[in-house]
Ligand binder design. Structure first.
Ligand SMILES: Nc1ncnc2c1ncn2[C@@H]1O[C@H](COP(=O)(O)OP(=O)(O)OP(=O)(O)O)[C@@H](O)[C@H]1O
Ligand SMILES: [Mg+2]
Length: 130
């Protein structure tokens, strides 16, 4: 299991979301963030020390994926987020120690497996009968 975090341009969000859903990603967290990459022109001397004066609006996307989904997710981000210009963003991949689905207590890959609406209904009925 990996946590894939990417920072992208806000104007690519719609394309990236579509590409991710096509790649089979279901669990996803999206945040608006401010960031700075390697833009030297935004760093100026202020009171004798270098400070970053400007941040850019970016979108951060986080997805916990089981192993078979890791490379397809990265490929989907590359294909949909790239414009070729500086500031296209970055992808970070980190190992995950544990995932727990709060509703059921399921762990790890079982907790990452998407649950369809039908399954939720069936489990709710089972729960009601028990
Ligand atoms: N090393 C990093 N750590 C954390 N966030 C980063 C890092 N590098 C980039 N980011 C995030 O990604 C955003 C976009 O970065 P950006 O694409 O400008 O990276 P870059 O290394 O400057 O590449 P490029 O030369 O293509 O612009 C930044 O605004 C920041 O939010
Ligand atoms: Mg940059």
């Amino acid at each position: 299991m990996k946590l894939i975090t990417c920072v992208i341009r806000p104007e690519r969000l719609s394309e990236v979301k579509t590409a991710l859903f096509r790649a089979g990603v279901t669990g996803i967290t999206i945040s608006r963030v401010s960031g700075h990459g390697g833009e030297r022109e935004l760093v100026e001397i202020y009171r004798a020390s270098s400070v970053v004066l400007e941040f850019r609006e970016k979108i951060k996307i986080e997805m916990a994926c089981s192993e078979p989904y890791v490379q397809p997710t990265i490929d989907a981000i590359l294909a949909s987020a790239r414009t070729g210009g500086v500031g296209d963003g970055k992808i970070f991949v980190q190992p995950i120690e544990q995932v727990v689905r709060i509703r059921t207590g399921e762990r790890d890959n079982a907790a990452l497996t998407p649950v369809t609406a039908d399954e939720v209904q069936r489990r709710a009925l089972e729960h009601a009968v028990a």
